[in-house]
Write a protein that binds this ligand. Sequence first.
Ligand SMILES: C[S@@+](CC[C@H](N)C(=O)[O-])C[C@H]1O[C@@H](n2cnc3c(N)ncnc32)[C@H](O)[C@@H]1O
Length: 244
Amino acid sequence: MRVPNKPKNDVAKVEWRNRQPYASAFDDVYFSTDNGLLETDYVFLQGNHLQSRWQNLTAKNFTIAETGFGTGLNFLCAVKLWLETTPQDAALHFISVEKYPLNLPDITAALTMWPQLQGFSEPLLAQYVQLISGVETITLFNNRIRLTILIGDATERLSQIENKIDAWFLDGFAPVKNPDMWQAVLFEEMARLSYPTTTFSTFTSAGEVRRALIKAGFLVSKQTGFGKKREMLIGYFVGNTHDA
Ligand SMILES: C[S@@+](CC[C@H](N)C(=O)[O-])C[C@H]1O[C@@H](n2cnc3c(N)ncnc32)[C@H](O)[C@@H]1O
């Protein structure tokens, strides 16, 4: 699909610190330096109960939306779990919004950190340039995976879609380092696109994020965070009238 009014594409400025990708513009990491792979599994896959939901999948489709595609690590971990747990005729649509996409050499370097994902990252990298130069959606793994990358600001791009979302991966740099993304309007867009029972998880436990999610209609719980992070947030959508 071609995008008629594609927003200006600001490429990420990635710095490498101790062989880990680092965003100097935000003074923040792309993933936990403790172990990005385990962090993704804990925060996003387990945080949204994806394994049990997918093992008991009754529908043929499932949609995840993410704020911040970054290196694609969350995407690849979700793809791996999907292909391992769901029937051959089930399709995952993964929609990610990314304001500053990595260029091909940087994302390639980042993904070489995970040899165990090589079988998943190679097909992504083969089509990645299209995704950052105007093609919004690609399909992978015999159409079992649809990947849409919406280039631009998370809130702005989410306000332009109508897809109903089953699970949200609220990534993006830490709220204190990237306050522009973590605005109330983002959570209002999430609410608009959620079903009752749509889940979310995020690595942060920032009070303003928790309060804004509750205000937008999500039931929010704190749980132990990954690595050095004391707490993180998980929950699900209960409706706009909820005011817990
Ligand atoms: C911590 S990284 C995400 C890591 C990623 N999910 C992964 O699996 O590698 C945060 C990402 O959010 C993106 N980002 C920052 N502000 C944004 C915004 N306002 N809208 C969309 N993306 C944003 C950054 O460019 C960066 O790629």
